[in-house]
Design a binder for this molecule. Structure first.
Ligand code: UD1
Length: 358
């Protein structure tokens, strides 16, 4: 496969996690890889730290688009990626997940008649208020190859008329998690003065939770109440930090809430693995908690990952009394092993590419 060139597109934190193992497996098969970082995430703690943690080689090209409105960010990525493809085409573009970088690059490649593959195809929250849902729908509708993480995702794609080139590949996040599990188990968190299973880990960054003052305030009140019983560690996403300052409510946080800078992948999973439970609005963390059998409370009305509820530890919550009771009660949960969350998704994707694409 030495004469075949593949562009791997990454831009935001979850993409870095998803590309790590696939990059290595493709490289070993002899493909020529061009790792393209769009620059959607650019802070050391939102980007570089993930490359170091996961031993991902430095990107070959950085489009350096930075932050802006959805249309501007997506448009800038398209413009810059098109320029790059005009200079040097590739044979296949692989995109991950549901961020703006994903949809921008898939549209650009498709219009230049370059084949495209979407890893994590078919997830649907059926909530078009979320920008990610628009990105998923658009990306799946034009990608040539759709790599689905579970059977529910395959069914969603079928309902939308995708019958050819849908491949049940498994969950690529679990490849990265399994590969690093020993390091995670031995990760030293002693500097945080917390006791295993006696603290709660929380992440929050979705616009619908943090961009509205009343909603953010009610989540802070809810978190303060939980922190009367358990310390809560929160690595603050830059968007959340900005909004807490903007609404002038950072000082409302109780002393038992430990705010820290955004953390690396390995540290984040170590925090999750040792926590009593996790409160989040992240997509990936719903899957990671299910895999690690840690109770997860998701501050959302819906999820594009329902398998984490039916087979895993996840529960959707509102910041209310019911959720408080659930979080503070004894909440051991057991999960079913989920088909193809086995650490071999990258191998299956690369086999498919070798047999069916080239
Ligand atoms: C993006 C993804 C979201 C994903 C999340 C993971 C989209 C539409 N959203 O959301 O699906 O769950 O990444 O983190 O693609 N900022 C910094 N430094 C950075 C990056 C961002 O300070 O390195 C700040 C900027 O003020 C920016 C804000 O965070 O305006 C939001 O960043 P953006 O990339 O637009 O979206 P996320 O909220 O990170």
């Amino acid at each position: 496969m030495q004469n075949k060139k593949i562009d791997l597109i990454v831009g935001a934190r979850p993409n870095f996690v998803k590309c790590a193992v696939l990059y290595d497996v493709l490289k070993k098969k002899g493909f020529t890889i061009r790792l393209i970082h769009t620059g959607q995430h650019y802070d050391e703690k939102m980007s570089d730290i993930f490359f170091k943690d996961l031993s991902i080689p430095k990107e070959d090209v950085n489009l350096n688009v930075g932050s802006s409105s959805h249309a501007v960010q997506t448009g800038m990525i398209m413009q810059k990626y098109e320029e790059l493809l005009y200079k040097e085409r590739c044979d296949l573009v692989i995109v991950f997940g549901d961020v703006n970088s994903t949809v921008a690059c898939v549209i650009t490649a498709a219009k230049l008649h370059i084949e495209t593959a979407h890893v994590e195809a078919g997830l649907r929250s059926y909530d078009r208020n979320m920008p990610e849902e628009i990105n998923r729908l658009a990306t799946d509708s034009i990608s040539n190859y759709l790599f689905a993480p579970d059977r529910g995702a395959v069914d969603n794609l079928k309902k939308e008329g995708h019958t050819e080139n849908v491949f049940l590949a498994g969950n690529i996040m679990i490849d990265t998690l399994k590969k690093h599990i020993e390091i995670i188990e031995n990760y030293n968190l002693s500097e945080y003065n917390i006791t295993n299973k006696k603290y709660i880990y929380m992440t929050l960054h979705r616009p619908f939770n943090v961009d509205n003052k009343d909603r953010l305030k009610s989540i802070i009140d809810f978190t303060n109440r939980i922190s009367e019983d358990y310390p809560i560690i929160i690595p603050l996403h830059p968007r959340t930090e900005k909004m807490l300052e903007h609404f002038d409510i950072k000082s409302n946080l109780s002393n038992n809430i430990i705010l820290i800078q955004p953390v690396s992948y390995l540290k984040s999973i170590a925090f999750i693995k040792n926590a009593r439970s996790v409160i989040t609005d992240s997509g990936g963390i719903q899957e990671e908690t299910t895999y690690l059998n840690i109770p997860c409370y998701t501050l959302r009305k819906n999820t594009e990952r329902p398998i984490t509820i039916t087979n895993g530890t996840n529960m959707l919550i509102e910041p209310d009394k019911n959720a408080l009771e659930a979080i503070l009660s004894d909440n051991e949960k057991t999960c079913d092993a989920i088909e193809l969350w086995d650490g071999k998704t990258s191998d299956r994707i690369v086999d498919f590419i070798c047999k069916e694409v080239f």
